[in-house]
Design a binder for this molecule. Structure first.
Ligand code: DC
Length: 203
């Protein structure tokens, strides 16, 4: 059975947590598509050419340590502006979305470009200040040497690049359900998303 849940949104809005929770609750496979761009960004930091790196990507590249760090994130956001990099990653994502048994994919262009016919489309967002504060707490608790203002500047720079690029910019699909987590505990946001998925499962 093909059942795709597509989730887009900016960095640190809660879409990763929501995606994992939805996948676990409904027995769906989950793909964090940001990891694909991070893996390409990582290879570029090591000297590879972006388009060649994207075309040569294999699933094992997604298990490399350090992919979730801020250096890989910034590199990902840069390679993600290149049309041929994005094109090289489309088939892998669409194949994953058609997994028999159902799948959740989260990223920036899942509802708009990769899976426009998904059964469920969500746009998970929060104010830049709230997202930066969450990211600051996460990073400082992990021992990183960061400041609140530095993290906010990173969030704003990544938003500007992801939303302002010509190719598949981050935007809420017209038919996506918007979940603004600015004033919500993460459990509440998960329940809101789960209600939308449960309703679509009944159809
Ligand atoms: O979700 P993330 O923070 O791991 O994503 C890292 C970067 O990858 C993000 O800033 C933009 C890019 N990206 C994208 O362009 N399209 C996606 N579907 C997922 C991520």
């Amino acid at each position: 059975m093909i059942f795709t849940v597509a989730i887009d949104g900016p960095a640190a809005a809660g879409k990763g947590t929501i995606s994992r929770a939805i996948a676990a609750r409904f027995g769906l496979r989950h793909l964090d598509t940001g990891l694909l761009y991070r893996a390409v960004g990582r290879k570029v930091l090591e000297g590879a050419e972006p388009v060649a790196a994207a075309r040569a990507l294999v699933p094992e590249d997604l298990n490399v340590p350090g992919l979730r760090g801020s250096e890989a994130a910034a590199a990902a956001s840069q390679v993600a502006t290149i049309a041929d990099v994005r094109a090289a990653l489309v088939d892998f994502q669409r194949d994953f979305a058609r997994f028999d048994g159902g799948a959740v994919l989260d990223g920036r262009d899942i509802c708009t470009v990769i899976c426009p016919d998904a059964a469920v489309k969500l746009y998970v967002t929060a104010s830049p200040e709230v997202r930066a504060e969450r990211r600051f707490l996460e990073l400082s608790q992990a021992g990183a040497d960061v400041t609140r203002d530095g993290v906010l500047q990173d969030v704003l720079a990544r938003d500007a690049r992801d939303m302002g690029r010509a190719e598949a910019p981050l935007v809420a699909a017209a038919d996506a359900v918007v979940i603004d987590t600015s004033d919500m505990a993460i459990d509440e946001a998960v329940e809101r998303a789960a209600d939308v998925v449960a309703a679509a499962r009944k159809d």
